[in-house]
Design a protein around this ligand. Structure first.
Ligand SMILES: [Zn+2]
Length: 83
């Protein structure tokens, strides 16, 4: 896990709290929080480290829930969370 911490760039944006969605991880029902790098903002699970797809992210932001599509994704063959 490489967290790029830039020395500059964060020119005092206070009150800009990251969003936190409790128990919204489609994989483990863990807490999903907003994270960002210099390019983009994304949602990731605090428990399993799952990154929401742009679709899931959009759905979560809009409806407050993650649409768990099963198309092409099988629960049985869950990919390992290698770290
Ligand atoms: Zn998770």
């Amino acid at each position: 896990m490489g967290t790029a911490v830039g020395g500059k760039g964060g020119a005092g944006r206070k009150g800009d709290k990251p969003m936190l969605y409790l128990k919204k991880c489609p994989k483990c029902m863990g807490d999903v929080y907003e994270s960002r790098d210099i390019y983009q903002t994304f949602l990731t699970c605090a428990q399993c480290g799952f990154y929401l797809t742009p679709e899931q992210e959009a759905h979560l932001r809009r409806y407050g829930t993650v649409e768990t599509k099963t198309a092409g994704v099988k629960r049985a063959g869950a990919q390992r969370t290698g770290s």
